[in-house]
Write a protein that binds this ligand. Structure first.
Ligand code: HOZ
Length: 432
């Protein structure tokens, strides 16, 4: 069992200085009654905390560390760029490097704009969709999380589900009334809502592979229906691939489903671990942005050279290696092993994965939407998670978050993880 004395002291200090002691709520471990671990360094598949403990990391900074932490080429690119300047507030060729790599991999993106976070990316797609279509309403799906954007923080997943805050105060009712929510993967419910509001429908936004209600892929029929209906009403289809982009395959979820959205929001991997977001899509829609078009969007640090240097290096590595089959095979081995352990112990358990993203649930039936995820066992999840973390396995501390595996998670890491989990289950840590 890891001693986490220093993490406990660091959390106490942080609580006196920051709300909940954190800068992003899920990190507080409040829902699992745990103490967050404070980290000092990371390498490959491993994190190292302030007490000197080692963890096999299955969060990977929520996606970006797909080739492992502190990849030497990414680190060198950041160091080299830092020597040349960290921000100019003016264009660089690096921005076009990242743009062309993304456009090469994701054919629905003909033009792209860089921003600083996934939240900024989705927020900008909504404004652009409203400006371009001259309509107001947005359909989003229960349990999808698109960042903390006013219009999208309604029945959202991730932290708001983790802490049971489906509708955050601070969002004007007049704005919220333009966002209509619908159950995920429910074609009939969507069609009903669509027919009621299609004349004023600016956009449908969806995580085609949801990573913020645990890991729940959209069904092909559901996503195809969204494409067909939005095209028929001159509304835009927005894929939020902040999590799934460069995580489930080189071309994102849209490649797997063979569906072209009008706009795509990206983040995480494309910044190589530095703060980045981007949104892109059809040329005529993107050219509706200032300075060519009337829809305004801007940012001093957008296309920041450090982030672009890290992002282009990581994207080049991913394009060269195309590691998605390997990642999926390794994720399957991990999850298959976990399932065997749970089955032997008689604990209801289900799993899913695509490429380098995965999910596990303490429920017999594999969840298809947030209602199913909510019904999975909270008590066992919290006990299991705390036990894993205290024994050096770092999984996301909420059942409403996804898991991530990197190219540095080899046989050793997977077998060690399974051995530790087997012991945890044997000593009955997860018994109620
Ligand atoms: N909501 C983020 C992932 N879905 C978690 C971000 C963080 O706490 O770093």
């Amino acid at each position: 069992m890891h001693n986490i004395e220093k993490s406990i002291a660091l959390f106490d200090r942080a609580k006196s200085l920051m709300p909940g002691g954190v800068n992003s709520p899920v990190r507080a471990f409040k829902n699992i009654n745990g103490n967050p671990i404070f980290f000092e360094k990371a390498k490959g598949a491993y994190l190292f905390d302030a007490d000197g403990n080692e963890y096999i990391d299955y969060i990977g900074s929520w996606g970006p560390m797909i080739m492992g932490h502190s990849h030497p080429e990414v680190v060198n690119a950041i160091k080299n760029q830092a020597d040349l300047g960290t921000s100019y507030g003016a264009p660089t060729g690096l921005e076009s490097d990242v743009a062309s790599l993304i456009i090469q991999c994701i054919p629905s993106i003909e033009k792209i704009r860089m921003v600083n976070s996934g939240t900024e990316a989705t927020m900008s797609t909504i404004r652009l969709a409203r400006g371009y279509t001259n309509k107001n309403k947005i359909i989003k799906f229960d349990g999808c999380y698109h960042g903390h954007v006013d219009s999208l923080l309604i029945k959202a997943g991730s932290g708001v589900s983790t802490f049971g805050l489906p509708d955050s105060p601070g969002i004007p009712k007049d704005l919220a009334k333009h966002t209509i929510t619908c159950p995920y993967n429910d074609v009939e419910a969507f069609e009903k809502i669509f027919h009621e509001i299609k004349d004023d429908l600016a956009a449908v936004i969806v995580e085609p592979v949801a990573g913020n209600m645990g890991f729940v892929p959209g069904t092909k029929k559901f996503l195809e229906t969204l494409r067909e209906k939005t095209s028929s009403s001159n509304s835009l289809l927005i894929f939020d691939e902040v999590m799934s982009g460069f995580r489930v395959s080189l071309g994102g979820a849209q490649e797997i489903y063979n569906i072209k959205p009008d706009l795509t929001a990206l983040g995480k991997v494309i910044g190589g671990g530095l703060p980045v977001g981007a949104f892109g899509g059809k040329k005529d829609i993107m050219d509706y942005l200032a300075p060519i078009g009337p829809v305004y969007q801007a940012g001093t640090l957008s296309g920041n050279p450090l982030a672009m240097a890290a992002g282009s290096t990581l994207l080049n590595l991913i394009i060269k290696e195309n590691p998605f089959e390997l990642l999926e095979a390794n994720a399957k081995e991990l999850l298959g092993g976990m399932k065997n352990i749970m089955d032997t112990a008689g604990i209801p358990f289900s799993t899913n994965q695509i490429g380098g993203m995965f999910g596990f649930f303490f429920s017999e039936k594999l969840p298809n939407n947030i209602t199913d995820v909510s019904a999975s066992d909270d008590n066992i999840f919290a006990l299991f998670l705390n036990a894993c973390i205290r024994n050096g396995i770092y999984f996301a501390p909420s059942k409403f978050e996804a898991g991530f595996i990197s190219t540095k998670h080899g046989n050793n890491e997977i077998h060690k993880t399974l051995e530790i989990i087997e012991n945890i289950i044997k000593v009955g840590v997860t018994k109620k």
